[in-house]
Design a protein around this ligand. Sequence first.
Ligand code: PLP
Length: 442
Amino acid sequence: MEFRLEQKREIVTEIPGPKSLELKQRRDQYVSASVGSALPNYIEQSDGAILRDVDGNQFIDFGAGIGVTTVGNASPKVVKAIQDAATQATHLQINTAPYGSYIDLCQKLTEITPGDFPKKAVLFNSGAEALENAVKIARKHTGRDAIVVFDHAFHGRTNLTMAMTSKSMPYKDGFGPFAPEIYRAPLSYPYRDELSGAEAAARTIDMIDKQVGAKNVAAIIIEPLVGEGGFIVPAEGFLPALVEFANENGIVFVADEVQAGMSRTGKWFCSEWEGIEPDLITSAKGIAGGMPLSAVVGRAEIMDASHAGGIGGTYSGNPVANAAALATIEAYETENLQAEALRIEKTVREVLEPLVAELDVVGEVRGRGAMLAIELVKDSSSKTPNPELVKTVVADAISQGVLFLTCGTYGNVIRFLPPLVMTDELLRDGLSVLVESLRKHA
Ligand code: PLP
C-alpha cells in the first residue's frame, strides 16, 4: 500500500512544539473550555496510521479519531469519492429533492448487516443521533416507553443519550435533568463479575422483569463490545440470551455498533461474532472514512413504524458523506480489511498477553479484531483500578510519538483502535513503547 506520509514516528521538537503552543494560546482565548484534547500537539495532516503535527512531529495513531478512520486516514479511494461527489453537489436534502446515493447506501447497509430478513435503513450525522432515532423507532413500533441500557454503557452526549450513558464524569455531571424511562441493567463483565454468560443474562433478565416489567420495554440497547466503558466483551452466551428474551417479549433488540461495527472487529458487525441478529443496528464512526454519517438499519416492519417526516434531519444522508461511505465500504471489501483487523489482533495479543503473567498491574488483555484494550490494576488479587498508571504510561507514549486513547468507567483501560492499514512494523513499534513504559512504571 502506498502512503503520502512515511509510516513512522518521529519527534523533532519539544512536546508540544512552538507552533502547537501558539495554537494552544489562541485556543485558550477562543475555544470553549468544555472541549478537551488527549494530545497537546496540533495536527496538520494525517495519512494511513500517522498523525503529523504543525511542527513536523509524527505520531503513531492508535485512536483513529475514536475509531473513525478504520479504513485509514485520507484513504485515496475515499478522498476521490468525496472530490467527485462534491463537484456534483455539496448538499442535497432527502425530504425536499431526493437523490440516488441515499438509496445506494441504504441498500448496501441492508446487505451487510446480519440477518436474512427484509431490512430498511435511515441516515443521520452522528452516533448519538442514530441512537436517539433508534429509540424513537422502537417506541413507535411497540407503543411502549421503557428503554433498557447497561452499566458501563456509552451512547452519546445529547439529552436522551446522556440518560442512556452510564458514567457521570465527564459525560453527565451538571447536565441534568435527564430523559425519563431509561432503566440501567447489569452488564456481563467477565474479568470483574466472574459470571458465565448464562448467569449474567439471568441476573439481567431478572432485573428487567422485576424492576421494569418485560411488557413495558420498548427496546433493549447494548454495545456488543462495550466501548467507552472499558472495551468489555460480554461472556459468551450473554448477548444471545438477551436476544431470545427480547424476541419472546416483543422487545426491540438494538445493537449499538457505533464503535464496534464496520469491520473494526474483523467482521462487518461485532454482533456476528455470537451469531446474533439484532432487530436494529446503529452504525457510525468507521462507516464513512471520517465524514459525519450515521445510520439505523433493521427489520423493515420496525423501520416503517414511523409516519413520513417523523424521522430525519437537514443534513442527514449528505451526498458527499454518502459517497465517502460507499467508497469506504467498498475498500473494506476489496482491500480485505477485515482480515487486517484479525492480523492486528494476532500481533497485539502476541506482544501484550505475556505481560499478564509478567506484571502484576496488567489485569487483562481483551477485545476483538482491531478493538482491543489492556486493563491496568494495582495488583491482580484486589483488581483495584489503576488510572494513575494509565495516565503515566499514556503521557510517556506521547512524548515518544505514540498516541493511545484511554477508556473505562474507572479510567484504567488503554484502548487500541488503530486504522486497519497500520503496518505490522508500525504496530510493533508502537506496542514496544507501551511495553517498555509499563515495565518501567509498574
Ligand atoms: N455509541 C457508541 C457505542 C459510541 O462509542 C459513541 C461514541 O463514542 C456514540 C454512541 C456516540 O457517537 P457520537 O459521538 O458520534 O455522537
